[in-house]
Design a protein around this ligand. Structure first.
Ligand SMILES: *[C@@H]1O[C@H](CO)[C@@H](O)[C@H](O)[C@H]1NC(C)=O
Ligand SMILES: *[C@@H]1O[C@H](CO)[C@@H](O)[C@H](O)[C@H]1NC(C)=O
Ligand SMILES: *[C@@H]1O[C@H](CO)[C@@H](O)[C@H](O)[C@H]1NC(C)=O
Ligand SMILES: *[C@@H]1O[C@H](CO)[C@@H](O)[C@H](O)[C@H]1NC(C)=O
Ligand SMILES: *[C@@H]1O[C@H](CO)[C@@H](O)[C@H](O)[C@H]1NC(C)=O
Ligand SMILES: *[C@@H]1O[C@H](CO)[C@@H](O)[C@H](O)[C@H]1NC(C)=O
Length: 416
């Protein structure tokens, strides 16, 4: 039990920072970067068949990790795949207050292709929180995983089947909020921002398919042309629009929000229909660094009730933290659990069989791995789709069409 709880705490912390970052209004930063970087790091990488990146599950933190290299000769780096992350960053040799990582720190002085970004360039000038030190561009960025501070650098990055010159944060210090990410040395952001891996690869689509963590098998991330459903996508009920932050949330929506959001309309649990929110739908942040989904409290309470009723055995009186609905498997808990069907705007339906939402906790306990958004003090009708609920579904983010398409898949054997 020690590990899962630690993981939950880290994840809660990450999410709390996410929601804070959302309020920070870094729109100016992103817009500037977008302009500065348009056409700058055009991908050779996703031309042709696109790129495939294997990712593995890290049990200590419930995170998905990619191994890659930076530099010439290549130095090994491992980083957490963060769907909503704004940039790629890794801790560098000169780091003064960094968290523990398994691999040696990236040493820019040992790479012949590494270039620190000079101060006067468009890229550097477009960062509002920039600083200049000996004509080297320094950035400080609040990211969902804590504030990182470092040098803006460019170097050759080889990730999966892709190889390209990319800009990344060569971290000198993590300022706030990050004591560990459980071994990896940084983050690979896939967010809708100019620094993210997706955008630097000039990919107009990407997808991933998370293998069930219990299998221990690798999952896959696809960039560019290889990001497509086996049925070609666009089929009935497989596609829902990506939505933007609602107007009036304090930030002008200039199209540079890093998050991928969809609109959840309702949930079906066995014979029970539950509305995602009391009025209209609920905006859902799709997320890869948080294992659990969070639902608006009203919907959550109804779901909890429906699952408990369907399972039919008495829930445990004292569920282990952070859960609040658990059953003893030996008492028959989970055998009668229904499929859950999440219905999104446009009718796209995500079906979750019990293994996607009843998590084995210890030998004989299964817990509902969906929680109330009250747990994170999210009060604004926002929900989160966590990684456990995404296992064995292939999600395609089509950035040109602004849609999220998905279909059930065996993610352990998917190759595209
Ligand atoms: C990444 O490296 C770690 C440590 O060597 C290894 O356990 C893991 O399986 C690797 N993941 C992938 C996707 O290659
Ligand atoms: C830049 O660095 C100076 C000196 O270290 C510091 O006083 C200033 O606050 C920094 N500016 C920003 C935007 O971080
Ligand atoms: C980058 O993406 C844009 C938008 O799809 C496309 O028009 C452009 O041709 C791409 N550039 C390269 C070099 O692939
Ligand atoms: C899609 O599915 C819905 C519900 O099953 C049905 O009403 C609708 O006619 C279908 N649309 C198409 C284009 O097949
Ligand atoms: C879990 O099961 C294993 C193997 O049956 C057993 O050795 C262990 O004591 C059990 N642990 C608990 C906490 O019941
Ligand atoms: C939610 O708010 C309560 C009361 O203000 C606070 O004690 C708790 O730490 C907050 N939880 C999170 C995850 O921010």
């Amino acid at each position: 039990m020690g590990r899962p709880v630690a993981a939950v705490l880290v994840a809660l912390c990450l999410i709390a920072l996410t929601t804070r970052a959302a309020a920070y209004g870094e729109h100016g930063l992103r817009r500037g970067l977008e302009q500065a970087m348009r056409g700058r790091f055009l991908a050779d990488a996703t031309a042709g068949g696109g790129a495939t990146v294997p990712i593995s599950w890290s049990p200590s933190e419930f995170l998905y990790v990619a191994n890659f290299t930076i530099g010439k000769p290549p130095q090994a780096v491992s980083a957490v795949i963060d769907l909503t992350g704004e940039l790629i960053w890794t801790q560098c040799k000169q780091c003064s207050s960094c968290f523990k990582q398994e691999l040696p720190l990236f040493d820019p002085t040992k790479s012949s292709t590494y270039r620190p970004e000079p101060c006067g360039t468009d890229l550097c000038r477009s960062i509002p929180t920039r600083n200049c030190s000996s004509n080297v561009c320094i950035y400080e960025a609040p990211t969902k995983a804590g504030d990182t501070f470092g040098i803006v650098g460019t170097d050759t990055v080889a990730i999966g089947t892709a190889k390209a010159t990319l800009a990344f944060g060569c971290v000198l210090a993590t300022v706030r909020g990050l004591e560990t990410i459980g071994g990896p040395s940084g983050i690979v952001g896939l967010g809708r921002t100019p620094w993210s891996l997706v955008h630097q690869m000039n990919a107009t689509a990407f997808s991933y398919c998370l293998a069930p963590h219990v299998t221990g098998k690798d999952s896959k991330l696809f960039l560019g042309a290889s990001a497509k459903l086996s049925g070609g996508g666009g089929g009935n009920g497989t596609s829902t629009p990506l939505v933007r932050a609602s107007a009036g949330s304090g930030s002008d929506d200039d199209g540079s929000d890093p998050f991928y959001m969809v609109q959840l309309e309702g949930i079906k649990a066995g014979g029970v229909n539950i509305k995602a929110a009391s009025t209209g739908g609920s905006t859902v942040y799709v997320n890869t660094v948080f294992p659990f989904s969070l639902l608006v409290d009203g919907a959550y309470q109804a779901l909890k009730k429906a699952v408990a009723a369907a399972v039919g055995v008495s829930p445990m009186a004292k569920p282990p933290k952070p859960f609040d609905l658990c059953f003893q498997k030996s008492a028959g808990g989970s055998s009668a659990a229904p499929d859950l069907v999440f219905t999104f705007q446009g009718g796209a339906a995500l079906t979750l069989p019990p293994p996607n939402y009843l998590l084995a906790v210890g030998n004989d306990t299964a817990c509902l791995s969906i929680l109330s958004s009250k747990r994170l003090n999210l009060t604004d009708g926002v929900s989160i789709l966590g990684s456990l609920q995404q296992e064995n579904t292939h999600f395609v983010f089509d950035l040109a069409a602004e849609t999220l398409s998905f279909e059930h898949a065996d993610c352990t054997s998917l190759s595209s």
